[in-house]
Design a protein. Structure first.
Length: 267
C-alpha cells in the first residue's frame, strides 16, 4: 500500500471520529441545559426513576406473626419387633418367622388390617467372637430381627395392643408416638395460619401507630409450618412376657405452629 493511500485512510478515520464526537456533544447539550435550568438541588427525573424506587423500598415494615394450635392426636404409630437367636441362620430365621406370624395373627384378630401394619426392617446377622490373641472370628450363632410398624386410630387401644403383641411373641417395643392424620393436620394448619396472619397484622398496626405512619397493604407474604408430635419411647423387652397389668398410655397433645413473614408498605 502506498504512502498516499495510508494518508487517505488515516484522514478518513479522523474525520469519522470527529463526526461522532460532535454528535455526542449535540445530544448531551440539551440535557446539561435542562439540569442547569432546574432549581438548585433538583434534577429532571430519569425515565425509570431510581430515586422513587429506592424510597419505595425504604417505606416498608417487615415482621413475623405466629399462630399455634394444640389438639389431641388421632393417630398412633407403634414400632415393635421380634428378635430370635439360634446356632444356625436357618433356625434363627425359622423361629423368628413363627413368632412374627403369631404377632400379626393376634393383631388381625382384634381388627388391625394389613393396610395398618407393615414390615419396617429385617436383618439376619452372625454372632461372632474374636480370639484374645487375634485370628479368625468364631461364629457363635445367628441373630434375626424383624421389625413391624403398626398404625392405630384408636388412642384408647394403644396400651392393650402393646400387651397383646408382647403376649403373642414380640420381644421388642422400640417406640410409640402420636401424630395427626392428614385431614386433622390440614384443619389445624389452616387455623394456625389465620392466627399467624392476624398476629402479624396486629403487630404492624402497633408499629405504624407508634411511628406515626399509615399502613398501605402487604407487599410480600410467606410462611413456614412447624409440627411437633408427642413421643412416648419404651425400653425393649428381653423376653416375651405377658404384662400383669394393662400398660397405661397417655397421648398428650400435638402442637402445630405456623409462622408468617409479612412485609407492609406504609406512607
Amino acid at each position: 500500500m502506498s504512502q498516499k493511500t495510508n494518508r487517505f485512510t488515516l484522514t478518513t478515520v479522523a474525520v469519522a471520529a470527529l463526526i461522532l464526537l460532535a454528535a455526542n456533544i449535540s445530544l448531551m447539550i440539551p440535557l446539561y441545559a435542562e439540569r442547569a435550568a432546574a432549581p438548585k438541588g433538583e434534577f429532571p427525573a430519569a425515565p425509570w426513576q431510581p430515586t422513587q424506587l429506592a424510597e419505595q423500598r425504604e417505606n416498608i415494615i417487615s415482621l413475623t406473626g405466629t399462630g399455634t394450635v394444640k389438639a389431641e392426636p388421632d393417630l398412633a404409630v407403634i414400632q415393635l419387633g421380634v428378635e430370635t437367636r439360634a446356632s444356625s441362620a436357618g433356625e434363627a430365621q425359622r423361629l423368628n418367622a413363627e413368632r412374627m406370624a403369631g404377632v400379626i395373627a393376634a393383631l388381625q384378630e382384634v381388627g388391625i388390617g394389613e393396610e395398618d401394619m407393615w414390615t419396617a426392617g429385617f436383618t439376619l446377622t452372625p454372632l461372632t467372637k474374636y480370639p484374645a490373641g487375634g485370628g479368625v472370628a468364631e461364629i457363635l450363632g445367628y441373630l434375626c430381627r424383624n421389625s413391624l410398624t403398626v398404625q392405630l386410630d384408636d388412642m384408647e387401644a394403644v396400651g392393650r395392643i402393646l400387651d397383646l403383641a408382647v403376649a403373642a411373641g414380640a420381644n421388642q417395643i422400640s417406640s410409640v408416638y402420636f401424630t395427626l392424620s392428614q385431614d386433622l393436620r390440614k384443619t389445624l394448619q389452616d387455623q394456625a395460619t389465620t392466627m399467624a396472619v392476624e398476629d402479624a397484622e396486629a403487630k404492624a398496626q402497633l408499629l405504624a401507630e407508634a411511628a406515626g405512619v399509615q399502613l398501605i397493604s402487604p407487599t410480600s407474604l410467606s410462611l413456614s409450618v412447624g409440627y411437633q408430635p408427642e413421643y412416648r419411647v419404651f425400653m425393649e423387652a428381653a423376653v416375651p412376657m405377658p404384662t400383669p397389668a394393662p400398660t397405661p398410655i397417655l397421648p398428650g397433645e400435638v402442637e402445630v405452629t405456623v409462622t408468617v413473614y409479612v412485609t407492609y408498605a406504609f406512607q
